[in-house]
Design a protein around this ligand. Structure first.
Ligand code: BTN
Length: 278
């Protein structure tokens, strides 16, 4: 089990800041993403909860949001530590007509939508790192976990988003203090989680509609514009295998393109990328 960002966060320290779920539900009424809207003060994982709802036939656009998760999940079996009163933990049920192999495109789409929403709050330094991180000045502010849910003949994508909104850097786990950030740390002020969640849902809805009508090409174009990896040397770890090279973009399917300097370009479809310093 990997270590999460908030490994040693003392629960309850920010519990005075109650999430106004009623107000957010009202603002989301009638929209495609966020209606219906389920709020829980505490849940094990919003992805797991949304998975259950999806298997029971919940409609596309259903959002599950929690103030706190007790078993928040990151990619590659990592823990996503989820203290109360400060961040956003939400999952969206989508039902796109895509093959399981294309689910990574939904992750990339979400990265674009989230980066744009965040840039409206914090205009400088927002970037996307393949495959699932949104960063500010090179520090992770948001992680995305897309999973497939199947039941009977139907399937859904559960799009999980963990966004650091008001957490202070001193409350990050020691091991992540130099690599993680929050909107509060970057802007020097607190933000309404309801407003940020609304912005996220709006941006996701707009990019999801673009994807459904025009496919992955416009998402790819914007992803390349927002990526902070282009031309950088990276190491990609997948299971026990390490691939190294210079980022040459993503292809039409969303795979990372790595140039090896001898004219060969490899497609990487899964893994954890680390950008080399210097
Ligand atoms: C990552 O960067 O490893 C992905 C992190 C995804 C975390 C979010 S929080 C809301 C949703 N519920 C979960 O259990 N995980 C995702």
């Amino acid at each position: 089990m990997g270590k999460g960002i908030f490994q040693s966060f003392p629960y309850g320290i920010m519990s005075g800041m109650q999430f106004d779920a009623k107000a957010l539900r009202l603002r989301l009424t009638g929209r495609k993403i966020g209606c219906p809207f389920h709020y829980r003060e505490t849940v094990d994982s919003t992805n797991r909860f949304a998975m259950e709802l999806a298997r029971g036939g919940a409609p596309e656009g259903t959002v599950v949001l929690a103030d706190r998760q007790t078993a928040g999940m990151g990619r590659l079996q990592r823990v996503w530590q989820s203290p109360p009163g400060c961040n956003l933990y939400l999952s969206v049920i989508l039902r796109p007509a895509v093959a399981p192999s294309e689910i990574s495109q939904i992750t990339l789409l979400a990265g674009v939508a989230i980066a744009e929403a965040i840039a409206a709050i914090c205009p400088a330094g927002v970037g996307i790192k393949w495959p699932n991180d949104v960063r500010i000045r090179g520090r992770k502010v948001c992680g995305i976990l897309a999973e497939m849910a199947t039941a009977g003949g139907s399937s859904a994508v559960i799009l999980g988003i963990g966004l650091n909104v008001n957490i202070k850097s001193e409350n990050f786990d020691q091991g992540h203090r130099d690599t993680a950030t929050s909107l509060r740390e970057e802007t020097g002020r607190e933000h309404s989680r309801e407003d940020v969640a609304f912005l996220l849902c709006e941006s996701l809805e707009s990019w999801y509609e673009t994807f459904m009508h025009a496919g992955f090409a416009p998402v790819r174009e914007e992803w390349l514009a927002l990526s902070d990896m282009q031309g950088k040397r990276v190491r990609v770890l997948f299971r026990d295998e390490v691939q190294e090279g210079t980022v040459a973009g993503i292809d039409r399917d969303g795979a990372l393109l790595l140039a090896d300097g001898r004219g060969d370009v490899r497609r990487i479809t899964a893994g954890d990328a680390t950008i080399e310093k210097g």
